[in-house]
Design a binder for this molecule. Sequence first.
Ligand SMILES: [Cu+2]
Length: 199
Amino acid sequence: MFKRVMVLFIAMAVTASVAVWAQGGGNVKGTVKHRWVEKFPIVVFIDEVPGKKFAPPTKPASMDQRGKVFIPRVLPVLVGTKVDFLNNDPFEHNVYSPDHEKYNLGNWKKGEVRSYVFKNPGVYTQLCKMHPEMIAYVVVLKTPYFAVTDKQGNFTIKGVPPGTYKLKVWGERLRPNQLEKTFEVKVEAGKDANVTIEP
Ligand SMILES: [Cu+2]
């Protein structure tokens, strides 16, 4: 009887760990400590997984415009992702970026959508010619392993394959030397790797 229970236990344990592995790894969880994090969200991301390229999502990401505000203010996407720019204000908006290859999507009214496919990694500032106070950022990354901080600076990057990685951060209030810093994290299947990041 005891033996049979043990066998059953071992079988259950093996099944559980295989199931965890099949789900694709662990989570990177933590907090970014920065004085401006409440107002200005920070992107935490795995910069590179050597030898791996990732297919962009088939579903577009989106950035809205409401009350003369881009929502979200900071939008991280995997390189190759299409972003739909919406307008939910009862007046026209424009979206352009002065960065990298530069673009201007024109002006459009409520309910219409203009899209852009981000083919190069980097940070693209989003501006509106009509409302100079409007600003947002599309952060184009090389891996799909990224997250944005909440008002307390907390973040979770889900489903990271087991391994050791270098995390990086991007935020509009971070200085160039802070953007260069890397933070090592070891991910194990089915577990949370906890990190505290002080850029
Ligand atoms: Cu506008």
